[in-house]
Each structure stands twice: as structure tokens, then as C-alpha cells.
Design a protein around this ligand. Structure first.
Ligand code: THU
Length: 164
């Protein structure tokens, strides 16, 4: 038996004044688009802004459905949209902004497991790590560099042995 540990790494910013301008702007775009979220069931608005290698920024938000499981998180709406428009562009950064209608977040938003998996798919596709900025309508901002820090022991195409 061999018990092992995996460490993850992230940076915490106390407020947006500590960020570089590009990150501050990306978070602002995520915040702006969060107000268009379609959230009749949860009232939990999430906005996402994706910055590509060609400096294009694509934004999106969560879309819910009366048949609950058919809704989709903002991260996946944004990533699928960005990758459908610019399939060959690496993703430099993705800002996720939690903006619930009825309360103030006490800490940054944390993407669900499904969205982490989708983020990793594009890192693997482009062989390029993305920067993930997590924040919300109050509190600190987290910067995670590389999806392995959100999703250790990832499943990817390499596990299907199709890219050899
Ligand atoms: N949601 C997101 O869009 N992104 C996250 O990172 C967490 C959760 C959405 C899904 C659903 O529409 C609502 O927030 C409540 O779970």
C-alpha cells in the first residue's frame, strides 16, 4: 500500500484592486452578463467571460429549465459557445462570477464537477493551461492556474487511448 497526497495551488486576492487590469476587466464582463441569466428556479445568477488567445472575449450565463436537469451552468454555456466560434483558439482565462439574486455570497463561486471536466477537455485539446478566476458579489477572488488544481486525477482522451 502506498498512501499519497495531491496538493492544489491557488492565489487569493482580497479585493479586485489587487488584480491586474485584464483580470479585473474580465471579471467585470462576467458580472455584467450574469444579470441576463435565466434562473426562474434557483434565482442564482452566474456570469462567465472567456478570454481567448486572439484576445476575443465571449460571455454567457446559466440557463435553467422546468425539467431541472436540462438546464446548463454558465461555464458550460460560455465554453461551448466560445469553442463553437473559435475552435482553434486556446483559452487564456475564464472568469466565473456568482451573483445570487436573493443573498450575498460569503465566498467565491466554486464550479461544479461537470464544468471542471469540460474545462479540462479544452486544456487537453489545446495542450494549454487556462487561468480560472472565481469570484462573486462579495468576498475574495481566487485565481487557479490550470484545471488540475480544480480537478485532480482528471479523465481525458488519454484514458480512452485514442490519441496515440
Ligand atoms: N451554476 C452555474 O451556472 N455555475 C456554477 O459554477 C454553479 C452553479 C448554476 C446552475 C443553476 O442554474 C444554478 O447555478 C443553481 O445551481
Amino acid at each position: 500500500m502506498d498512501k499519497r497526497k495531491i496538493e492544489i495551488e491557488y492565489t487569493v486576492f482580497e479585493n479586485k484592486e489587487e488584480l491586474v487590469e485584464e483580470d479585473r476587466m474580465l471579471i467585470e464582463k462576467a458580472k455584467e452578463i450574469s444579470v441576463n441569466a435565466y434562473i426562474p428556479y434557483s434565482a442564482f445568477r452566474v456570469g462567465v467571460a472567456v478570454l481567448l488567445d486572439n484576445d476575443k472575449i465571449l460571455t454567457a450565463n446559466n440557463q435553467e429549465n422546468a425539467s431541472y436537469p436540462e438546464g446548463l451552468c454558465a461555464e458550460r454555456v460560455a465554453l461551448f459557445y466560445a469553442m463553437s466560434q473559435y475552435p482553434n483558439q486556446k483559452i487564456k482565462s475564464i472568469a466565473v462570477y456568482g451573483n445570487p439574486q436573493k443573498f450575498t455570497l460569503t465566498h467565491f463561486i466554486s464550479p461544479c464537477g461537470g464544468c471542471r471536466q469540460v474545462m479540462y477537455e479544452y486544456e487537453y485539446r489545446h495542450q494549454s493551461k487556462m487561468r480560472i478566476l472565481l469570484s462573486g458579489n462579495s468576498g475574495k477572488i481566487l485565481l487557479v492556474e490550470g484545471v488540475e488544481n480544480l480537478l485532480p486525477l482528471q479523465f481525458s482522451a488519454k484514458d480512452l487511448s485514442i490519441n496515440e
